[in-house]
Design a protein around this ligand. Structure first.
Ligand code: PLP
Length: 427
């Protein structure tokens, strides 16, 4: 058979360049990871070809004997990975990703215009936790449901449980979401449960970022507190891109119906197969060790930066990510992101609690999952920390010539005679 290169050289070349980019850069994106060759093998298998709307044993298509086994295996391994009993918990492994999983939970448990509360985007929440702005209902979760965000204490960077409770007593939400995309500290699931009980709300935990850490006991488990737990499968869990919904047994039917037929069609069986593979790995001693390293590496990076007078939101980290406040150093997250990318260090700008405008986030989010998969240790992360400080210094020099505006800064950076060129290439 002809190779992809022969059949479609244009696309093959793009794949080749993306591979090269991934191999030759330092990836500090907190939501990303490198899936294993075996995950890729299952993703590229014949499971891709099969339609199987419905659930194992109750499909709308013939020919699903093997696919049924694969999905059952995946579900059993998902429960095992989080130490859950089949008597108390159900799991749906069909959500296409984290966002559809979250929307499926709302569809299952709420009526249109019911009230939800999630951590605000600016404080580290996710779009699907009800995000809107003064101008626009940005996320569909704020179009179909009434949303009131809670936040963190601006001084400590920690979730303000006292204020959350006050807000909840006034707003009376039907559902509260605990979980985040950019929160460097442990989340106190018990406090959320208490508030939910007081106002009669469901507690939905979105553990997308930290599900690998929870499986490996590097972060307290939310399962004794939550009614429903959603997750992506491709972040700290290191699987294929996908989503899962865990629910208390009595909510199983509602959740299943919301995923299919309410929101989705045929499950992505190759993804479910690849997830089954990864969930087995998740229970291995190697994965536990991996997650211990993820957290230790993040602590090492945090210690390196804060030891050199960098300001970190909340002062440090308990998990796989940290938020570096570059605004307090007179810079913006976008500028650090740009300079880092020129040196093949991939980070993302991120809002920090003291930002006044979301347009120019004052922080940079740094995560350790991906590089830990590639074998980086604490010493490596200290070196990465030193690269980041050099990138910051270069950003400062460029800014001193360009002025504050991002467009001028970028123009200055792309000048072929950039004076910092050598410093960048050394980086
Ligand atoms: N929930 C949280 C906390 C996330 O961080 C993300 C993605 O970053 C999602 C949900 C959505 O996942 P996906 O991008 O797979 O839709």
């Amino acid at each position: 058979e002809n190779t992809l290169q022969q059949v479609d050289p244009e696309l093959a070349d793009m794949l080749c360049r993306e591979r090269e980019r991934q191999v030759s850069s330092i990836n500090l994106i907190a939501s990303e990871n490198f899936a294993s060759e075996h995950v890729f093998q299952v993703l590229g298998s014949e499971l891709n070809n099969k339609y199987s709307e419905g659930l194992p044993g109750a499909r709308y298509y013939g020919g699903n004997a093997v696919v049924d086994e694969v999905e059952q295996l995946c579900k059993a391994r998902a429960l095992a990975a989080f130490r859950l009993s089949e008597e108390e918990w159900a799991v749906n492994v069909q959500p296409y990703s984290g966002s559809p999983a979250n929307f499926a939970v709302y569809t299952a448990l709420l009526s249109p215009h019911d009230r939800i509360m999630g951590l605000s985007l600016a404080a580290g929440g996710h779009l699907t936790h009800g995000h809107y702005t003064a101008q626009r209902k940005v996320s569909a979760t704020s179009v179909y449901f009434e949303s009131m965000p809670y936040s963190v204490d601006k001084n400590t960077g920690l979730i303000d449980y006292v204020n959350l409770r006050k807000q909840a007593l006034i707003f009376r939400p039907q559902l509260i979401i605990a979980g985040a995309s950019a929160y460097p500290r442990q989340i106190d699931w018990g406090s959320f449960r208490q508030i939910c009980d007081e106002v009669g709300a469901y507690l939905m935990v979105d553990m997308a970022h930290i599900s690998g850490l929870i499986a490996s006991e590097q972060h307290p488990s939310p399962f004794s507190h939550a009614d429903v737990v959603t997750t992506t499968t491709h972040k700290s869990l290191r699987g294929p891109r996908g989503g899962m919904i865990f629910s208390r047994k009595h909510l199983e039917r509602q959740i299943n119906n919301a995923v299919f037929p309410a929101l989705q069609g045929g499950p992505h069986n190759a993804t479910i197969g690849a997830l089954a593979f990864q969930l087995k790995q998740v229970t291995s001693p190697d994965f536990k060790k991996y997650c211990e390293h993820v957290v230790a590496n993040c602590r090492a990076l945090a210690a390196y930066l804060s030891g050199r007078e960098c300001s970190l939101v909340s002062g440090g980290t308990d998990n796989h990510l940290l938020l570096w406040d570059v605004k307090s150093e007179g810079l913006s997250g976008a500028k650090i992101e740009k300079v880092c990318e020129m040196a093949s260090i991939i980070v993302n700008r991120n809002a920090i609690p003291t930002d006044v405008s979301p347009v120019s986030p004052g922080g940079v989010r740094l995560g350790t999952c991906a590089m830990t998969t590639r074998g980086a240790d604490e010493g490596d992360f200290e070196r990465i920390g030193s690269f980041l400080l050099r990138a910051r210094d270069i950003a400062r020099q460029v800014q001193s010539r360009s002025g504050n505006k991002l467009a001028d800064f970028c123009a200055c950076l792309s000048d072929p005679d950039l004076p910092e060129k050598e410093a960048l290439s050394e980086l």
